[in-house]
Every structure is written in C-alpha cells, then in structure tokens.
Ligand binder design. Structure first.
Ligand code: 4AD
Ligand code: MG
Length: 439
C-alpha cells in the first residue's frame, strides 16, 4: 500500500515467537501471508518469513475498523507488519499464536494465481511465483547448503577457487552441443566446461576449481538434461586415477553428510530420510567399463565393447546400490580428446564416471589428462578438432606439463539423486530446457 511507513527497527524473526521465553511477551514481526481467513470480527493469518511461520490473530475491536478492513483485504502472499503478544493456543500450528495489537499492510497484493493441481506447463510459466512454494523453498535451501558444503570441502583440501570465462572462442567438449553466438561478427560459444581454462590455471596453483554455469545445446528432452546447469569443476596437479577417485569419494561423502547434519528437516520433507545420506560412505564400488559391459550383456542388454552407456544401462548398474558407483577405463573413442591413454591398455583412457545410486545416472565425469603433446594433437585431430583453434591449450603441454587429473560435477544431477526428483528441472529455480528459456 503506497504511503504506509515501513518501520526499520525492532523486527524479530517469526521463529522467535516459538522461543520458550517469548510466551506472554510483545513481538514485532513482518512477512508474507501464507493463508488467511476471518470470521465474527476475528482475522487469522499464517505469517511467513525466512525463519518459519506463525498464526496471527487480530480482533476488530482491538485493531479498529479501518485497520481491520485493510488487513482483511490482504491476499495470499501479501506483505504485512504485525505488533502483538505471544500466547499459547492449542489449535494453532506449533501451539502458539501472536495476538495482534496492530497490523500494518505493506502490500495487500493481487489474488495469488498459484493453487494445488495446476498443470505443469502453467506452473512453469509462473515459476517466478512457484519458487515461493514450500517444496521449492526447501529445495533451494538444500541446494545452497550443498554448494556451501562443497566449497568448505574444497577449502579444506586447499583447492583454490578460480573464475574462468563463460564466453569463449573455443567449443571445448564437442562443437555440436555448444550454443553458438555472434561475437561482434565472429563465432563465439557459451562454455560447456571450464576445464581447459582450469588446466591453464593449474600450473601456477596446483589445485583449482570453478563453479560456473555450463551450457549444452542438446535437444534431448530427458529427465536429466538441462541446457544450462551449474558445473563444479576441479583440476589437480600430480594426480593419477586412484588419487582422483579418492578425492571425488571424499567430496561426495563430505557433502552428503553435511546435508544430513545441517538440513535434516528439509531432506525429510522432500522425501529423503537423512539417515540414508549419512550411510553414504567410502569406498564406492568400482567397475571397469569392460566389466560393466559383461554385466549388462548378461542381463540381456544389447551392448558390446564400444557401446556407450545410456540412461537404461546406467540405471541397471546402480539400481540396487545405495552408494555411488565408479565406472572406469572407457574405450578412448567414447571419450574426449584430452583424456590420458591408459598405461596398461592403449584402447582405453584413464577416465571415470561417477554414477549416482538408485538408478539416477552419471553425476561426475572425470579423467587424467593427456600430457604428451604428440598424442594429444593426434587425438584432437581424430576427434575433428582444429589444432589452430586449440593452439593455446596445446601450449600448456610445451611448458612444464605435469601429470594431472580433474572432473566436473553436475550440481543439479547430484541434487536430483539426493532429493529423489523425477525431473532435473525440480532442482533449479528457472530451468532451461530445449522448449523453455523464460521466465
Ligand atoms: O561429462 P561431462 O560432459 O564432462 C565435462 O564437461 C568435463 N570437461 C568436466 C571436467 O572434467 N572438468 O560433464 C560433467 C558433468 C556430468 O557428469 C553431469 O553431471 C553434468 O556435468 N552434465 C549435465 N547436467 C545437466 N544437464 C546436462 N545437459 C549435462 N551435461 C553434463
Ligand atoms: Mg560425461
């Protein structure tokens, strides 16, 4: 409401109303109306802020006619300020309510257009309002906690955060899946990976990471593909495959345990008992690609050496698992040009995908990097890349090239598994898919 002065001081978080010592004391709260009704000169609000929600009651004879009428017109998701006293009330959620002595309307709001049982398309069109739902609030708090836990882990491991570009003249992971843009008349690409830049930054820093959006122009409409996703990428000097797997294991265990510890309520509300995350422990099962193929063939999958592992195959390999599963030593033809040839088998590369348990599929792709300039150049050309375009990257193999390895974790893929979401779009506030890039 225009012209209503909004006070700046003395407001307390809504959760304060439930503190043992708050009973009988005055409080000043502000927030949004989750639900409201009025009958017989009494108004009921469920008032929400970032800390929780509490029932507020207001009586016409206490508030006065004008204020009561104004408060009665507040819609769901309208904003108000409340002065009142904390009282016990058995019927109220949490057993407490705030009896209002004053209600000031900040914005009465228009009727809120989101209800239960609306179509998925409509809810996606109104995503900017749907993000206020309890499910989304819990989801994005968990996502923030996941990012925090990952950063804390990387900090403990002395891995330094870097800020690589997202706009580039190279399309690193394969040109077909890159979004091309017009960069002042020259071709430019939205980054699919920060890896090549992290490799450059590795030499002066030895352990680096970046958390950036990656873009994939895949038209695949699957429950696990976004066209924009959040990519956590790590690059470690002096690291072999064993070291890489051990690092990924420590990281996933640290992150899942941190979530179980810090956000048990949100996890439980979203359908993942925290104990299940606490039970995620090292070592994770490890499977060579060749063994995976044998196992799948024995289950009747039409696969042989050289077949890619798709959704169905990854699902079959992990459905019964409660811990993530490593698949290692893929045929080189299935993987990117920069992966190191296995010392014991020239047909394979020192690569590892980490598959989420319970059938959720790949969440990390990683490998040791080829350090030999001649071999790297040969693989680049064999994969259709241009030596001229990648000259700067090849330069890294000309000046103190050392063994190193790295990986990329799809944050939404990991969250999809943790929260058991059917579709990956439920793990990001504004999903980007082939059919949608608004709101
Ligand atoms: O396996 P990818 O393509 O590997 C790379 O890009 C490496 N250069 C990373 C590196 O080593 N620094 O992608 C890594 C991860 C996948 O395991 C998956 O979790 C996620 O990124 N990812 C996607 N997530 C959501 N939507 C998509 N379309 C994704 N494509 C990959
Ligand atoms: Mg991959």
């Amino acid at each position: 409401m225009a012209g209503v002065p909004v006070s700046r001081a003395g407001y307390e978080p809504v959760a304060r109303a439930f503190a043992p010592e708050a009973l009988g004391l005055p409080v000043r709260l502000r927030g949004w109306v989750l639900r409201s009704r009025s009958s017989g000169g009494i108004l009921f609000f469920l008032l929400r802020d970032r800390t929780g929600s509490v029932q507020v009651t207001g009586k016409r004879d206490v508030l006065g006619d004008a204020a009561f009428d104004a408060a009665e017109h507040v819609q769901v998701e309208g904003a108000v300020e409340v002065d009142g006293t904390v009282a016990e009330d058995r019927r109220a959620p949490g057993g407490r309510e705030v009896r209002a002595s004053a209600i000031r309307v900040v914005d009465a709001g228009a009727p809120f257009p989101i209800f239960a049982d609306q179509s998925e398309e409509f809810r996606l069109d109104k995503r900017h309002l749907v993000v206020r739902s309890q499910e989304h609030v819990a989801t994005f708090r968990l996502k923030a906690e996941l990012l925090r836990a990952l950063r804390e882990f990387l900090d403990r491991e002395e891995v330094l955060e870097m800020t690589p570009p997202v706009l580039s003249g190279n399309a690193a992971e394969g040109g077909a899946e890159a979004f091309q843009i017009d960069y002042f008349g020259r071709p430019g690409f939205l980054s699919q990976t920060a890896q090549l830049y992290l490799e450059a930054l590795l030499f002066p820093n030895e352990r680096v990471y970046a958390l950036t959006p990656s873009f994939r122009a895949e038209k695949s409409r699957t429950p696990r593909h976004l066209t924009e996703y959040l990519h956590l990428e790590v690059e470690l000097a002096w690291c072999d495959l064993e070291g890489l797997l051990a690092f990924e294991e420590r990281m996933v265990v640290a992150a899942t345990h941190a979530l179980a510890e810090r956000r048990p309520t949100e996890l439980a509300a979203l359908g993942r008992p925290p104990e299940e995350l606490r039970a995620v422990d090292a070592p994770f099962p490890r499977l060579r690609y060749a063994e995976a193929i044998d196992r799948l063939a024995a289950q009747g999958f039409p696969v042989r050496w050289g077949s890619d592992l798709g959704t169905a195959e990854e699902r079959a390999l992990t459905l019964e698992e409660r811990r993530p599963v490593f698949v290692t030593h893929f045929p080189k033809e299935l993987k990117a040009f920069y992966m190191l040839r296995s010392p014991d088998d020239p047909r394979t590369v020192e690569a590892a995908d980490l598959l989420a348990p319970e059938g959720y599929g790949e969440m990390i792709g990683g490998s040791c990097r080829e350090t030999d300039l001649a071999r790297l150049t040969e693989r680049l050309e064999a994969s259709g890349g241009s030596v001229a375009e990648y000259d700067w990257y090849l330069d890294l193999r000309r000046h103190g090239s050392v063994p190193h390895a790295g990986f990329g974790l799809g944050i939404e893929r990991m969250l999809r598994w943790i929260l058991r979401r059917e579709h990956i779009r439920e793990t990001t506030p504004f999903p980007r898919t082939p059919s949608r890039h608004t709101p």
